[in-house]
Design a protein around this ligand. Sequence first.
Ligand SMILES: Nc1ncnc2c1ncn2[C@@H]1O[C@H](COP(=O)(O)OP(=O)(O)OP(=O)(O)O)[C@@H](O)[C@H]1O
Ligand SMILES: O=P(O)(O)OC[C@@]1(O)O[C@H](CO)[C@@H](O)[C@@H]1O
Length: 308
Amino acid sequence: MIYTVTLNPSVDYIVEVEQFELGSLNRTVADTKFPGGKGINVSRVMKRLSVESNALGFIGGFTGKFVEDFLNLEKIPSNFVKVSGDTRINIKLKTEVESEINGLGPNISDGQLTEFFEIFQKMTKEDIVVLAGSIPGTLPSSIYKEIIAVCKEKEIKVVADVSGEALKEVITEKPYLIKPNHHELGELFNTEIQSVEEALIYGKKLVEQGVKHVIVSLAEKGALLITENNSYVANVPKGKVLNSVGAGDSVVGGFISAISKSYTIEEAFKIGVAAGSATAFSMELCTKEKIEELLPYIEVNRVEGEER
Ligand SMILES: Nc1ncnc2c1ncn2[C@@H]1O[C@H](COP(=O)(O)OP(=O)(O)OP(=O)(O)O)[C@@H](O)[C@H]1O
Ligand SMILES: O=P(O)(O)OC[C@@]1(O)O[C@H](CO)[C@@H](O)[C@@H]1O
């Protein structure tokens, strides 16, 4: 089973406003609500590709119920630990540009954290754990390291889509896959990454440090997959970006889905990139049909002289 861990899920409130004015009453031209949080998005994308997963994390209140009900409707199994506060509401404002306001999230007690760790007891080495998203303020910043320690004991593969300090910590644990975007990769090395060539230099350093697969996404500039033996570059298809929320999560969901169906690493990378762009070009997360429509426009090439 693939388990996705979203420590801080959300209700994503997507609002479209024409000519947004700060300090004025603005009215929406359209608004929608979706369950959110990076791990949950990964689970939802995998479901669309017919790959089962179980969503884990902490939810609470009426917003938590919304998340759980929505996943139930989509037939995505979940095993959330219930907390007393409300799951956060993250605002995704669509005007001429996209802006986001992400909430803090509810308090999580020591008892609830223990309950969460108990879920890992029944996992086995055939399982995969996807850790995705920020750490709520009331949990220790070492939480991802602690989860990985439990997974290591059971030889469970770990995928991590996290950023900042959490990413630094996770890298030392040599996960199976990480997917930083080029800004997050640059942040790790105190530099700014502008191009695929620069991303390759820094992505390789992470593989040298023991990460098995590194996917670096560079939005419209393309994406890279770096493994111990090879590096691959993919272009992304052209299209109108409607909503980039969850595009990165879709890359992870697409890639893991394909790996779990025993596709080659190159094919899995292509499907991941197609899923990312399919989400960027949709108001909601990608559909299988949209992914299939984009696949012929994506080319994956091994980087010249890269066989190591
Ligand atoms: N302008 C674009 N055109 C085509 N595809 C895009 C565009 N922007 C994003 N994508 C797709 O989404 C993927 C992830 O985008 P990005 O590099 O912005 O990652 P991210 O910052 O993790 O995403 P997000 O935080 O928006 O979920 C890209 O690899 C690509 O497939
Ligand atoms: O605050 P975090 O955990 O870093 O990010 C949460 C979030 O912005 O990420 C997802 C998109 O990737 C959204 O569904 C969600 O609102």
